[in-house]
Design a protein around this ligand. Structure first.
Ligand code: GLC
Length: 744
């Protein structure tokens, strides 16, 4: 037998160990590079192709592609959306494991405000101004979704929206870039948790990139035309915040921006997102938006659309089939380079590695975990808390609210009283038991104990018959107090749900008039996904709660507020116009050369001769059952250097009888600047709970970034000069003022 020299043996072992190390790619980039080297062009293009899973179409379904499982086995699909439940994702993943390279599928879903347990619609949650609660809600939605087989949520929607005619205003965080940026951050961190690869994390998606909320006329999918300065000042900040929070993907938008469809915008997707901001994730188109370039008149056909989109930085094609049908031909014609294809494929594969899908393609398809994680009591309790925090007390004359425990009989009147699953609002998933959704009637019933509950529908949401009025009137006359539940249908906001008339629909306001005429104390609850117009009600109903669409726990949360077990502290994240003719109206507007000096000042001023100048309810408005006193404003100095700061402090005291939360808001105004600045901009806020009598000192710190803005050359600058400082309970309820200077 040949004896091996021990030194030789040792060298041999070392060599094997070293070669083994170098042969096996260790880092994700190395793994991606190694994999892409093995891929054919067809397999690379397959990774850029996303199909709908046919469980629910969230867009116009176009030509059928035949058997999608066969396409997956051929390596022609990189991602599937709208698959619900682990047993279905497993079937599709098994098909992917039959492809040549066994590249796992990415499962995407619109988990916008909850998965199995639905939370309030995002605009309602934004009204809470409670960033921890918003993050927690996204965290819970992600935990449930990941247990349900979802890898990737198409959320948060971070579009700034100033036009309530636009149905998708319900999906975002309202009109303000500062609040919208903080909420975008909270939602991304909530969805992605401790990072991709964790079993309770889903990859988030900042959408819709960009300026989709500025659709002309508030008409969904309509053109957007704005200066780049407005784009940078108001519409991009929440996207940059999402990117800074580590969002894994972006979704572009249906609209054209200044004539270029977002899917074809090199400026948006490469110049800004991938180059200036250094985004390393990938961009998915919105449903069919690449193919819709033809409708836009931007290209002649899908071949040109695919060329425009991939070269502009759109990595994945949702449902337009443009990539799968044309990219190989475009490469052959040298209109698209292999390098461009490879860059897109690498971005997508990187995310699949980060999610751990190559280690275990079925790691999110665990039926036992799905059963254990969904619909837990803790989740249901969190949904109730999020709902309570979203309810805005618009008005409470004569302290009609909270309702007295001594009310012997309560009349519940209106079309929303007994609604169940509609409370989930738009973009809710058909997951979980709809019977778990608590109606207003059920919530009040559980709260009232021995009070007698009376009910009459009175009218339907949109019908014009008044035949139910009489019964409603008689029901109200029998009660000590009346609670009316009115509003839009849940599907009158959401995608493709723009309204030219945002009045309370049908004959509802007439019903409210009839019930108020009884002289009984009346509380009006308004269910909607947008600001509505309800002028008479706002002026004559003694108490109004804006209850949005609050999700599974709606009835309990509203009852908690009605009966005072929760004191409402929410604030409007968007301006409520007096009527459609006043749109667009938003708080952070410029002063103009002829500002109105009073609400009815029409003397050669920028005003309507037939309407007061102020909104019906202002950005930041929201009342409480208690009263807060602001005083003792102090500034650490009256002028600051560019790299200095000013500490602002004031006292906030609860001088009422209820413990309650206040959102103290800080607004600044750059008095003289070029270009001009808004009359006020939200630059900080503090939400805190105060017991009756309790006083706390609140401190804000003014730093340069709160004073900076984009000039005409899009440089992020500050200019020396005077700033007004305003602290208040709403943008139109300023309690403390002062000013300071920014020196050179
Ligand atoms: C829809 C929406 C988008 C959604 C996508 C997938 O058309 O515009 O927000 O994420 O398609 O459902």
């Amino acid at each position: 037998m040949t004896r091996i020299n021990p030194i030789t043996a040792a060298c041999l072992v070392c060599f094997i160990a070293i070669s083994a190390t170098y042969a096996q790619p260790k880092s994700i980039p190395q793994k991606v590079d190694a994999l892409i080297k093995k891929m054919t062009l067809a397999e690379k293009i397959g990774q850029l192709n996303q199909y709908n899973g046919d469980w629910a179409a969230t867009g116009p379904v176009t030509t059928d592609v035949g058997n999608k499982l066969d396409a997956i086995k051929r390596g022609e699909v990189g991602s599937i959306l709208n698959i619900v439940g682990v047993q279905h994702t497993r079937v599709f993943q098994e098909a992917a494991m039959k492809s040549r390279l066994k590249i796992p599928l990415l499962f995407g879903q619109d988990v916008i405000h909850g998965y199995s347990v639905t939370f309030p619609i995002p605009l309602a949650e934004a009204a809470s101004w409670d960033l921890d609660a918003i993050k927690k809600s996204a965290r819970i939605a992600a935990t449930e979704a990941a247990a349900g087989g979802v890898h990737w949520t198409f959320a948060p929607m971070v579009d700034i929206a100033r036009d309530p005619r636009w149905g998708r205003v319900m999906e975002g965080a309202g009109e303000d870039p500062y609040l919208g940026s903080l909420i975008a951050t909270a939602r991304v961190k909530g969805f992605q948790g401790n990072g991709l690869g964790n079993l309770d994390a889903v990859m988030a998606c900042a959408k819709h990139f960009t300026a989709y909320g500025a659709a002309i006329g508030g008409r969904d999918y309509n053109s957007v035309d704005m200066s780049l300065r407005t784009l940078w000042e108001f519409y991009l900040p929440p996207f940059k915040a999402a990117l800074d929070a580590g969002v894994g993907t972006f979704m572009n938008s249906f609209n054209d921006l200044n004539g270029t469809p977002a899917s074809a915008s090199h400026y948006l997707q490469r110049d800004i997102l991938k180059n200036k901001w250094g985004f390393k994730g990938f961009v998915v188109s919105d449903w069919g938006s690449i193919g819709e370039m033809i409708n836009h008149g931007y290209v002649k056909n899908n071949y040109e659309a695919a060329e425009a989109a991939i070269n502009a930085g759109n990595d994945m094609d949702m449902e337009s089939r443009s990539y799968i049908n044309n990219l190989a031909k475009l490469v052959a014609a040298k209109k698209v380079s292999i390098a461009t294809i490879d860059e897109a494929v690498k971005r997508i594969l990187t995310k699949k590695y980060e999610l751990g899908l190559f280690d275990d393609p079925y790691r999110f398809s665990d039926a036992e975990r799905e059963k254990r994680v969904l619909n837990t009591p803790e989740t249901i309790a969190a949904a109730r808390d999020a709902a309570r925090k979203s309810i805005v007390l618009l008005k409470n004359n004569n302290k009609v609210l909270p309702l007295s425990k001594n009310d012997k009989s309560i009349a519940l009147i209106g079309p929303m009283v007994k609604l169940k699953k509609e409370n989930k609002g738009f973009w809710a998933l058909d997951v979980g038991d709809e019977n778990q959704v608590v109606s207003l009637y059920e919530g009040v019933q559980q709260h009232t104990g021995n009070a007698k509950l009376l009910y009459a529908q009175g009218c339907d949401v949109t019908d014009t018959t008044r035949t139910g009025f009489n019964e409603a009137y008689k029901t109200a006359m029998q009660a000590d107090v009346v609670v009316m539940a009115m509003g839009e249908r849940f599907d009158m906001t959401g995608e493709a749900k723009s309204r030219s008339n945002i009045h309370l629909p049908g004959v509802q306001e007439e019903l409210i008039k009839a019930i108020v005429a009884t002289g009984k104390p009346v509380v009006v609850l308004l269910y909607a996904g947008r600001p509505m117009v309800f002028d008479w009600t706002a002026d004559h109903a003694p108490a109004i709660l804006y209850t949005w669409w609050l999700g599974n726990q709606a009835g309990n949360a509203i009852a908690d507020v009605l009966f005072g077990s929760y004191n409402p502290g929410a604030k409007l994240p968007i301006t409520f116009p007096r009527t459609e003719g006043q749109i667009p109206i938003y708080y952070n507007h410029y002063n103009t050369g002829r500002p109105a000096h009073a609400d009815n000042d029409v003397n050669y001023t920028s005003a309507y001769i037939d309407l007061l100048n102020s909104p019906k309810f202002a950005f930041g408005h929201g009342l409480s059952y208690t009263t807060f006193k602001y005083d003792n404003l102090k500034l650490s100095k009256k002028s600051m250097l560019k790299n200095g700061n000013i500490r602002v402090s004031f006292d906030l005291q609860n001088i009422g009888d209820y413990a309650g939360e206040e959102v103290a808001q800080l607004y600044l105004r750059d008095v003289v600047s070029q270009p001009v600045r808004p009359v006020k901009e939200l630059k900080d806020f503090k939400k805190l709970m105060l017991q009756p009598g309790e006083k706390k000192t609140i401190t804000f710190t003014i730093t340069k970034d709160k004073l900076a803005f984009y000039n005409d050359k899009l440089d992020w600058i500050t200019q020396p000069g005077e700033f007004n400082l305003m602290i208040g309970s709403a943008s139109d309820d300023i309690r403390l003022q002062n000013n300071f200077n920014l020196d050179n």
